[in-house]
Write a protein that binds this ligand. Structure first.
Ligand code: DCP
Ligand code: MG
Length: 483
């Protein structure tokens, strides 16, 4: 392990919600929840003001509404998040060729590789400047962790949240990790956490004390060994810029075509489990689940779904594969089935996905690359109860959506129902705007493209969306939208 804190972990604060607050001045300082808004919708994220009420990612939106009834509930606008993400990642690449994105709002950077930092002082300075640059370029706040390893850098950025920077001095890692819960370590999800708790191990210190043999006995060779190293703060994982397009997949060809849909489903589940065993065996997790089906006539289809972050949870892979199978017609019979995972990482977010799986709706990012489907199908905004209108004339107004009125200009849908739509007219650079109500089919109102958060000169258009750490918490009196 290097002896300078030159691995940087960056994570944007309440990313989707902060973007919405920056776009919609009336929501700044208010409780904002972004996610699926139908009966089965799941929270993608909540502003820090909404978190005070216990709202968090992957929680069913219905539950969030009970906890924070006055919050603004908005659908995600992925295209905006993606373009901001690209700007942030570009700023990271200015620092080093070794940038490893983990999701839209999160990445590791090896500062030493780029010559941007070599010791504590230069690392801290680089981190501070980076935060300022991100703020200037996007109007948003980001938290930065600096440490001598990926694991500690990520723990540091978590501690820095929101809107802060934490540097872990080399040599202090073990003392810092010791009292932390085992769940702090990467790869320890609820299942492993429970397992360890039953063995009387709840803190990282207790993990280290248990010893490698005991952990291998409890968790198996690969996991036990890896966890013991993490408990000692040993983490040699390098920052990897572009992952080789690696994948893990398994497939079976059948002597006799399978016709029974139930049997096809069971085979897919079995393949998913086998695939995950291989994935875990290789010490990986992956973001994109791929299903391959060769039909009786040799026509071969692949379908894929990209999750928001990497997983190695068999239940998540099984569910994704089953969803993909739903979209394939197998009536003539099937001669080959395969399940694969691509977009490999050595890092998981299994907790998120375990929770998401329990609440039925997938927490998945919009598909990338070869992924099938559209945002509406897989994003947190997916909502079985709000199908696209059958008739193009029946326009649907979704809370948070951008609109333009011929007379009042740019605004966003605050709510709709009973043939009416309420719109708040404001832009990222305007003061909080007024609300007006229209008939849902008013011809002067049209869906519009999102506006940029920062004017092209790179000037922040107004106050930052995020809050000071000391924010005490009261209900946002802003927009409330119900389905
Ligand atoms: N996200 C999602 N579904 C989840 C978790 C997150 O769609 N189950 C989306 C919304 C988040 C973004 O990914 O804004 C980034 O995730 P983070 O875990 O970094 O959460 P936030 O950035 O929202 O908050 P924090 O300040 O804790 O990083
Ligand atoms: Mg974040």
């Amino acid at each position: 392990m290097r002896n300078a804190p030159t691995i940087l972990h960056l994570d944007m604060d309440a990313f989707f919600a902060s973007v919405e607050q920056a776009s919609k001045p009336s929501l700044r300082g208010k409780a904002v929840v972004v996610g699926g808004l139908g009966p089965r919708g799941v929270v993608a994220t909540a502003s820090y003001e909404a978190r005070v009420f216990g709202v968090h990612s992957a929680m069913p939106t219905a539950q969030a509404r009970r906890l924070a009834p006055h919050a603004a509930y908005l659908v995600p606008r992925f295209s905006v998040y993606r373009s901001i993400s690209e700007r942030v990642m570009a700023l990271l690449r200015d620092l080093s060729p070794l940038v490893e994105p983990l999701s839209l709002d999160e990445a590791f950077v090896d500062l030493e590789a780029g010559g941007a930092a070599w010791d504590e002082e230069s690392a801290r300075l680089t981190g501070t400047r980076l935060r300022a640059r991100i703020r200037a370029a996007t109007g948003l706040t980001a938290s930065v962790g600096l440490a001598a390893s990926k694991m500690l850098a990520k723990i540091a950025s978590e501690q820095a949240k929101p809107d802060g920077l934490v540097l872990i001095e080399p040599g202090t890692e073990r003392a810092l990790l010791g009292p932390m819960p085992v769940r702090t370590l990467p790869g320890v999800g609820p299942a492993t956490g429970d397992h360890l708790r039953r063995a009387g191990i709840t803190t990282v210190e207790e993990l280290a004390e248990a010893g490698e043999d005991e952990l291998v006995r409890l968790l198996g060779k690969a996991h036990g060994h890896a966890l013991y190293a993490m408990a000692l703060a040993h983490d040699e994982r390098p920052v990897v810029a572009e992952r080789e397009a690696k994948s893990v997949s398994v497939e079976d060809t059948y002597d006799v075509d399978i016709h029974d849909r139930l049997r096809v489903g069971l085979e897919v589940q079995r393949l998913a489990d086998r695939c995950v065993r291989r994935l875990r065996g290789a010490g990986h997790s992956g973001r994109t689940i791929v299903l391959k089906v060769r039909r009786y006539d040799f026509s071969t289809l692949t379908r894929s779904e990209t999750l928001r972050g990497p997983t190695d949870d068999p239940a998540v892979v099984r569910e994704a594969a089953a969803r993909l199978l739903d979209s394939v017609d197998t009536t003539g019979g099937v001669r080959l089935l395969g399940v694969g995972v691509t977009g490999l990482a050595d890092y998981t977010q299994e907790d998120l996905f375990a929770q998401a799986a329990q609440t039925a709706a997938p927490v998945a990012e919009a598909p990338e690359g070869a992924a099938a489907g559209t945002e509406a199908e897989v994003g947190p905004g997916a909502d079985a109860a709000q199908p696209e209108p059958e008739q193009p004339t029946e326009r649907q107004w979704r809370p948070g959506q951008d609109v333009r009125h011929t007379e009042w200009g740019h605004g966003w849908v605050q709510g709709s129902g009973l043939g009416r739509v309420t719109v708040r007219f404001e832009t990222p650079s305007s003061p909080p705007g007024r609300v007006r109500t229209f008939s849902g089919d008013d011809p002067s109102l049209e869906p519009a493209e999102p506006l940029p958060l920062v004017s092209s000169g790179g000037q922040v258009s107004s106050e930052p969306a995020s809050l000071p750490k000391s924010w005490s918490g009261k209900a946002g009196g802003g927009a409330t939208s119900r389905p």
